[in-house]
Design a protein around this ligand. Structure first.
Ligand code: ADP
Ligand code: MG
Length: 673
């Protein structure tokens, strides 16, 4: 057996547990050992009353007597008992759910209870404690607390992972010796062991710091190595000198004044066209900040120099929207084409032929653009809209031909995160909205009274001729449930809430044609309310929609919510966003309040990163970004240190031949750029 052995053949457990683990991304011994606890707590045992602290969770040991099972007036089954400590003092114990162990317990057994101890009507009471009959991995020292996901509990993980700790020595040390030495880091095996079973809290924090460093460090080496290698071998094949007068004239022709931020971004891109290396630039800007026009202007400049331009959108709907805009924007002498999944085979071939001959100057499309036989004659600039929605390989293909790559994202990426993940990209930020945009009024709606008012308000907006987006979250990643949930909500909204209004729905499983038809009809105001899942495209323009309702908003990260909200407020009418909260949860309500206060995507992303970690910023897996296991991305100092070391190691040996374990690790992972 080795560390990459599947858990299904290692652990004694149920199929349900294994299936859940699988979904948590844990299928081998390595995965389990790399599933790190989020915190630790002390379970040092007190057996005398004088050691007990009221109001906190702690571990007590004593003799359990007088166990009674009772039924409350509401019909709930509870259990009570008395616990006698070594000094003779007696505590009341109460369980609101009868623990399994109590069922056939003998009176006067010695037990260990872990729970909160408090004064209750003059008595000292332990409420709802965990119960243990022997000293075990859960009590007596520090214990690890894991992110839980029923039926996988901390208790379960602690037991299973403890059993796997013999394998820690199989982890190879990927940190170069000189880093370990100079940073005084513990070895990898010791760090993994310590993070699950710490001797003391100091060593737990050290283990975590060291593992976090390693995580960031290997990402940095991977990202920066790409850049080092790329810059060694590439030259700017598509050098275009900036023609200032021409650019000015292009800008003059626009129906609006560019913002200063847009001008600055455009300038940075055009500067890159003149540089000696191909551009790798990420343009960040809130939804509605006007990224497309910057890309178009840059594209126009490139196309004039007789090189081709590709613009990639993550969905068909968006690609079509770009196409329609491009037809208006680019001079009629330039040939603009659309290539998506629903173009007929014959037309596809036709487009590809023309592309190869250079008869098409601007190609707009979805990933259908990326099949092997899509050959450009001379692709000077590739624009990738919503870059995090694309697979890593797709982005890599574009970069292959020394084309300039301009990625765009509406997801604000806090500086620390950008440093880590996009270390080799230059970043432009559009931090200014076009003039005249009203900020969106946002309200958290968490009780029935507020909901009623909210529905009335919405009806009033419809009466005024406005339209409504209504978003429901994916309950599960499975498609069936997605569709069902949307339909269910649709029924409720259509039949119960707004019987007099025209309501339609949309979900990810519908055919592209159906989706397009619905979006078109919504744009043409053939109905009032569009109910959809969160997977439906965020970039679509429906200027007449002024209200966005988001069901179960507590399930989303703030950045995601901010993106949804960006679908409205696209004109000069006042727009409104209602965040419906599914369950009574004050912490969630508090978190969502940030949305009421701020319309600044970057600020919200930073709050998100602090509160919920990176996954939330991008809305889970589709991001193509790795899930960080323990690195704290708000720790700028750690990031900087990891980055400095990565650069120093690469400068010394970009091949990494002298660091074989690091090389293996780096080449195992994916490349981000
Ligand atoms: P995003 O950054 O979300 O991709 P878009 O590029 O789709 O935003 O722009 C949103 C809308 O704002 C479009 O209708 C676009 O024509 C318009 N727009 C872009 N720049 C400006 C500007 N400087 N002034 C006024 N409107 C603008
Ligand atoms: Mg956009």
């Amino acid at each position: 057996m080795n560390i990459d052995f599947p858990l299904s053949q290692t652990l004694k457990t149920t199929k349900t547990h294994l299936a859940k683990l699988e979904r948590m991304g844990i299928s081998t011994i390595r995965d389990a050992l790399e599933f790190f606890p989020r915190a630790i707590e002390s379970t040092e045992i007190s057996s005398d009353f004088r050691h007990i602290q009221l109001g906190v969770k702690q571990t007590v040991s004593g003799i359990l007597t007088d166990v009674r099972k009772e039924t409350t007036t509401r019909g709930k089954k509870i259990a009570r008992a008395a616990l006698t400590l070594n000094d003779g003092s007696v505590l009341d114990v109460i369980w609101f759910q009868i623990p399994y162990l109590l069922r056939n317990m003998r009176d006067e057994s010695r037990v260990f209870l872990v729970g909160k101890i408090d004064r209750n009507y003059g008595k000292i009471q332990v409420s709802n404690p965990e119960i243990h009959l022997d000293r075990n991995v859960h009590i007596g020292a520090l214990r690890a607390i894991y992110p839980e996901s029923p039926p996988i509990t901390s208790k379960w993980l602690r037991e299973k992972i403890t059993g796997l700790l013999v394998f820690v020595k199989e982890f190879s040390e990927i940190l170069p010796h000189k880093i370990l030495q100079s940073e005084k880091f513990m070895g990898k095996a010791e760090a993994i062991h310590t993070i699950h079973r710490p001797k003391d809290s100091e060593s737990w924090y050290q283990a975590r710091h060291r593992l976090g460093f390693e995580e960031i460090f290997s990402i940095q080496v991977r990202v920066m190595r790409e850049k080092f290698l790329r810059e060694k071998k590439t030259q700017n094949k598509y050098l275009v000198a900036m023609n200032t007068d021409q650019v000015k004239a292009d800008i003059e022709k626009l129906p609006f004044e560019l913002t200063t931020a847009q001008k600055k971004c455009l300038y940075q891109v055009l500067k890159d066209f003149e540089a000696d290396k191909p551009m790798h630039r990420l343009m960040q800007g809130d939804v509605g900040s006007g990224k497309t026009i910057v890309a178009f202007l840059a594209g126009l400049h490139m196309a004039r120099s007789r090189s081709q331009v590709a613009i990639l959108a993550p969905t068909e709907i968006l690609a079509k929207q770009h196409f329609a805009n491009a037809l208006k924007f680019f001079p009629s002498t330039m040939r603009v084409e659309l290539l998506t999944g629903s173009v007929t085979a014959k037309n596809k071939q036709n487009i590809k032929n023309k592309l190869a001959h250079g008869d098409i100057q601007i190609l707009i499309g979805t990933h259908a653009l990326f099949t092997e036989d899509t050959v450009f004659k001379n692709l000077g600039l590739a624009v990738i809209d919503e870059q995090h929605r694309f697979g890593v390989q797709q982005r890599a293909i574009l970069a292959q031909n020394n084309s300039h790559v301009l990625a765009m994202t509406a997801t604000p990426i806090p500086r620390t995160l950008a440093l880590t993940m996009y270390g080799d990209q230059d970043i432009s930020v559009i931090d200014e909205m076009p003039a005249g945009r009203k900020s969106i009024i946002t309200r958290v709606v968490h009780d029935e009274k507020a909901s009623t008012l909210c529905y009335r308000f919405i009806d009033d907006q419809i009466e005024k001729g406005r339209q409504i987006f209504w978003v429901c979250p994916l309950i599960d990643e499975s498609d069936k449930i997605e569709a069902k949930n949307v339909k269910h909500e649709f029924e409720r909204i259509n039949n119960e809430l707004f019987p007099k209004r025209r309501v339609e729905f949309l979900h990810g499983k519908m055919k592209a044609k159906e989706k397009d038809a619905i979006m078109r009809r919504f744009r043409d105001h053939e109905f009032d309310i569009l109910v959809s899942t969160s997977v439906i495209e965020v970039g679509v323009d429906i200027p007449n929609a002024t209200v966005m309702v988001i069901e179960n908003s507590e399930r989303f990260g703030l950045s995601q919510l901010h993106q949804f909200r960006g679908r409205i407020g696209r004109n000069d009418m006042q727009s409104y966003c209602f965040l419906m909260v599914g369950k009574k949860d004050d912490a969630q309500k508090q978190r969502l309040r940030a949305m009421e206060k701020s319309n600044n995507g970057m600020y919200l992303a930073e709050v998100d990163l602090k509160l919920r970690g990176m996954g939330e910023i991008y809305g889970t897996r589709q991001s193509g970004l790795p899930d960080l296991k323990c690195a704290d991305l708000t720790n700028l100092e750690l990031l900087q240190k990891a980055r400095d070391w990565a650069i120093s190691i690469l400068k010394e040996d970009v091949t990494l031949e002298s660091y074989p374990a690091l090389k293996r690790e780096v080449e195992r992972g994916e490349v981000y750029f």
